[in-house]
Ligand binder design. Structure first.
Ligand code: ZN
Ligand code: ZN
Length: 1020
């Protein structure tokens, strides 16, 4: 007869098991069945933040994807109808720089020579390749999305939505061209905006020249001001030197002026306030070059002059620094812009022309030394911003950029953020800080593969912002027919007529900040301004042929906007969370999401950043093969979102060990149910087990508690709480229920089988969203005998949340604590568990009183009594983890009092010290017992074990050892659980035959004899 349940291997092969389940899902259409089940149900709107399509799936991307999947799966189990639309981010520097590298292009000029049309096609190919890879990896991870109906931000539809947004900003007077100093990447040839600088890896430690330079004062022969700089290339653009007006400056004997606070050990011939130096003129270091020759260099006042570094006199180059540029406005200083888009000196800079800022550094230092301007040259290590994409050190340039003004919207942005529920809460405060302090949004980039800004600037001064493709068609003077996509180069060849003067006007060449692309998604993908619903209508422009996504209409948008929930890493506060928040508040006055789950960074398991070049990067494919997706997901979900995740194979190993306990519990059930021929029915799950022992009732209550805890965990967006609840549940099932019920299983007790089956199967439902493969596999095995069971755990719905029997749980919880303490006392005394002992005294844990027999059995003691433990010594230490935050600076006083023994023990097991009441869990208690006793205590419970051994105890200890050895031999010999044996024990152990019935019972022996020198077993 075939067994009721398929037998279990000894341990799971996660990778193989997952591939099998993936194949089953595919074949059975499990995801489609789930969507069908929930269609028409209440809506849960999740908007996917688009992943940049320039790579394969990485383990840190898999983290975010796991969280998205977990909560969508949880909501699906609760019957919510969802969209499941995945998104790809398809434009911008990430894509461009990758393609440039592949093509071996090193500058913008080379891209233009290569040809923009061909370059655009190469970028699109890269996106298609990556989208395919990311889809494959995400499916392998177990992420259920509506693959194939993805949105791509390079679709004309997405671009048109941004155009209409920009037009609105222009109409409101918020879109303007600014002339300002900005961080600039000389390799990428574009400005970089404030929010891009907040990304990981932008600030890197690097070494730069440290120069002290003297500027001779024209009106005071023999005197000079000394400045300090780490950017030699900015010196030819120097126009002023700033001093702090109310600070003291000193004149050195050699005529150099510096701030006295910077040189406390020096003596000065004269001191004055900075204000007295203001207005003095000086000779610049590069006045022989044409641009500087025109300039009257002078000393200016500036409150922000730092006295933390340098000389207290600051070199000011408005064309090469942001604060410098602001000062030029205040003091009407000339602005010299020394370098071009590629960061190379303009021709007007004579012998410097054509040099890059770094190439120029050495020559500038050499020249300063020759001309006597240089006082000192060294090197200086500091954190300096780099291009987030290509790692080139940034410079500052004064340039024209298009910006969206923020001030008018700032209050609304803050008000809208106040309606959002952030997890963890501090991330919402960070968003507030950002919204409060951010400057205008620089949206223009001088690049190629990006959203074409629809701005047309006529030489007559008229500016036009085109709001849609249809409008472009209407206003086009020529070239509209060749418009393949709303993209460079094609869109550049569609001039429009200037409404003011009638001239042909071309689009400005700039493309848009990539965060516009992602920020518009809650509008472009949900059909905000569409009049009609177009099936498969989203695939426009570059997205043609890549997706079958629909283009919904406004009523659809009304149903799905705002998102109930979004989730990305913390970095996205200033990126995607911000850009969509900004655009949404601008367009609708509302936040685009109601709840956000953010999470911190991923590092390697030793806490280091992961880098390809450091060899500690883990490839997702490798992780699938060696850990399995479930173990990866468990690792992600076990992580509190307010801390960095230390991801690696070490933690994965630990998780596999824990999952093995679950596996073994299921295997235990299956093995004994198969022996007994016991089969569950669906009612056993739907209605719960009936007619139970107290231990079974506890198991049911424990299962109810798990479901309640898991529900609360998901509802608060904290997977870590679900993981902790489940791990503790599995421990209770295995190390208490099964352990305490072994004999019943040996006897084929159906009630025990049913109770265990119920607990295991219900437990799987609680963690199905976290660990979709293993749970579904186990579900399919364990429910196979039930005719009415859903074929997948993911189709079984969320279990009912029953109020658990709290009193019963507390009682057994206390019992388990006593047993744990007893084990700890044994371990401390070095007495193994198989050695029976005479007596145990329990102090506290009154509800465990009813379980004295179980305690005796678990701890192998003959007698358990409840009463006062006489301890000769009591030491109490603060539990720093809890008391540190609670007491703050008072902690030291409390710690000292406890250390001096100056405390009072309270009835609840807590203590009073230095005027503070400390709860039992806030202290660590160490009790030393009387001579011959082992003591352990925690949380107000103390146990004491009598360690004295006599001949009878020693004999019984040897019987336990023998039983253990024989049962190990049975296993090693491959005997079935039910096989009977004949047992021979060594003659030397003949005294153990006194207990031969006991030995026979525990080893399933039909006979026990003493003969020879070794233990022998044979199948009876
Ligand atoms: Zn760059
Ligand atoms: Zn005009």
């Amino acid at each position: 007869m075939a067994p009721i349940f398929s037998p279990f291997p000894d341990k799971p092969d996660h990778n193989a098991l997952e591939l099998e389940i993936l194949e089953l899902w595919e074949r059975q259409g499990t995801f489609e069945k789930l969507r069908e089940l929930n269609r028409g149900g209440p809506k849960f709107s999740f908007i996917d933040g688009p992943v940049t399509a320039n790579k394969t799936l990485a383990v840190h991307t898999a983290w975010g994807r796991t969280l998205k999947d977990v909560f969508q799966r949880y909501k699906a189990l609760q019957g919510f109808d969802q969209r499941y639309q995945n998104g790809f981010d398809c434009q911008g520097l990430w894509i461009e720089v990758g393609v440039e590298r592949e093509l071996g292009l090193n500058s913008k000029r080379e891209i233009e020579e290569f040809g923009l049309a061909e370059f655009a096609r190469k970028c699109r190919e890269k996106v298609i390749w990556s989208a395919t890879e990311l889809t494959r990896g995400s499916k392998r991870l177990g992420q259920w999305m509506d693959w194939g109906n993805d949105y791509f931000t390079f679709s004309d539809t997405n671009i048109e939505y941004i155009w209409s947004f920009l037009r609105l900003m222009f109409e409101r007077g918020m879109l303007y061209k600014g002339h300002r100093s900005t961080e600039w990447c000389p390799r990428c040839g574009t400005s970089i905006s404030q929010h891009e600088l907040t990304q990981t890896g932008v600030y890197q430690v690097r070494s730069d020249p440290s120069l002290y330079v003297r500027f001779p004062l024209l009106d005071r022969p023999g005197e000079s001001v000394v400045v300090w700089t780490t950017t030699p290339w900015t010196l030819p653009a120097n126009v002023a030197a700033a001093v702090k007006p109310d600070v003291e400056y000193g004149l050195r004997a050699n005529g150099e002026w510096v701030a006295t606070a910077r040189y406390p050990d020096e003596s000065f011939t004269r001191t004055v306030l900075g204000s007295e130096l203001v207005g003095l003129r000086y000779r610049g270091a590069f006045d022989e070059l044409a641009p500087a020759a025109e300039v009257e260099h002078r000393v200016i006042p500036w409150e922000e002059v730092s006295l933390e570094e340098g000389t207290g006199i600051v070199h000011i180059a408005p064309g090469a620094g942001a604060e410098d540029f602001e000062l030029s406005r205040v003091h009407d200083l000339p602005v010299l812009t020394p370098v071009d888009e590629a960061g190379r000196f303009y021709d007007s800079y004579g012998w410097l022309h054509g040099l890059s800022t770094s190439e120029a550094a050495d020559q500038i230092v050499g020249r300063l030394a020759e001309t006597g301007f240089l006082l000192e040259a060294g090197s200086y290590e500091h954190r300096y911003p780099h291009c987030w994409r290509c790692d080139t050190a940034l410079i500052w340039r004064v340039t024209d950029d298009w910006l969206i003004a923020v001030d008018e919207l700032r209050d609304s942005l803050l008000d809208a953020n106040a309606t959002v529920e952030w997890t963890p809460a501090y991330m919402g405060k960070r968003m507030d800080d950002w919204l409060r302090n951010m400057g205008d949004w620089n949206i223009s980039r001088r690049r190629y593969y990006g959203l074409p800004l629809p701005i047309y600037e006529c030489s007559c001064g008229q500016v036009t912002v085109v709001g849609s493709k249809a409008e472009l068609a209407e206003r086009a003077m020529s070239g509209f027919d060749q418009l393949e996509e709303l993209r460079r180069p094609w869109v550049d060849d569609v001039p429009i007529r200037c409404e003011a003067c009638g001239a042909d006007v071309r689009r400005i060449p700039e493309v848009g900040d990539v965060w516009l692309d992602a920020g518009i998604v809650p509008f472009s993908t949900l059909g905000w301004r569409n009049d009609e619903y177009v099936p498969e209508g989203y695939a426009t422009g570059a997205a043609k042929g890549l997706t079958t996504a629909d283009l919904p209409d406004h009523s659809y948008w009304e149903q799905w906007f705002p998102a109930d929930w979004v989730s990305e890493m913390r970095e996205q506060i200033r990126l995607w969370f911000y850009s969509q928040h900004f655009m949404s508040v601008a367009l609708t006055g509302r936040a685009p999401y109601q709840r956000v789950l953010g999470y911190e960074k991923m590092l390697d398991e030793n806490g280091r950043e992961m880098h390809g070049s450091w060899g500690n990067m883990i490839d997702a494919e490798d992780a699938f093969a060696r850990m399995g997706a479930d173990v990866m997901r468990w690792q992600y979900c076990a992580q509190p979102p307010n801390q960095n995740l230390l991801f690696g194979f070490g933690p994965a190993h630990e998780i596999k060990r824990k999952l093995l306990t679950l596996w073994n519990s299921c295997k235990f059930l299956v093995d004994y149910a198969n022996i007994e021929g016991w089969a569950p029915t669906w009612d056993d799950l739907a209605e719960g087990p009936r007619g139970l022992d107290p231990l079974d009732r506890w198991l049911v209550a424990r299962t109810d508690a798990l479901v309640a805890e898991a529900t609360a965990g998901y509802e608060s967006w904290l997977t870590v709480n679900v993981v902790r609840a489940y791990e503790s549940f599995v421990d209770d099932v295995s190390n208490w229920y099964i352990r305490r019920s072994r004999r019943r299983f040996w006897d084929g007790d159906e009630t025990a089988l049913r109770a265990l089956w119920y607990a295991l199967v219900q437990g799987l439902r609680a963690v199905g969203p976290l660990m979709p493969f293993l749970t579904d596999h186990l579900w399919r095995v364990l429910t196979a005998p039930c005719a009415d069971a859903p074929e997948s755990v993911h189709l079984a719905g969320w279990p009912d949340v029953n109020e658990p029997d709290a009193a019963l749980l507390a009682e057994i919880g206390e019992l388990r604590r006593v047993v744990e303490l007893g084990r700890r006392a044994r371990a401390t005394a070095g007495v193994k568990l198989r050695q029976p002992l005479r007596a145990l005294v329990v102090d506290g844990a009154s509800s465990a009183r009813a379980h004295a027999d179980e305690i005796a059995e678990e701890l192998r003691v003959d007698e358990v009594s409840f009463g006062e433990v006489e301890a000769s010594e009591l030491r109490v230490k603060p539990n720093l983890r809890l008391l540190g935050p609670k007491l703050g600076p008072e902690l030291g006083v409390v710690r000292a009092a406890l250390g001096a023994g100056d405390f009072e023990e309270l009835a609840d097991g807590g203590f009073r010290a230095a005027g503070h009441e400390l709860a039992p869990d806030e202290v660590l208690v160490e009790r030393r017992g009387k001579e011959g006793w082992a003591v352990a205590a925690s949380d107000g419970v103390t146990v004491a074990l009598d360690l004295e051994l006599d001949a009878d105890l020693l004999l019984r200890g040897r019987v336990y050892d023998l039983i253990h050895t024989v049962n190990t031999m049975r296993k090693e010999a491959g005997l079935e659980l039910t096989d009977r044996i004949r047992l021979t024990i060594p003659e030397a152990d003949g005294d153990l035959l006194e207990h031969s019935d006991w030995i026979a019972r525990e080893t399933l022996a039909v006979s026990v004899e003493a003969a020879g020198a070794e233990i022998g077993i044979s199948k009876a």
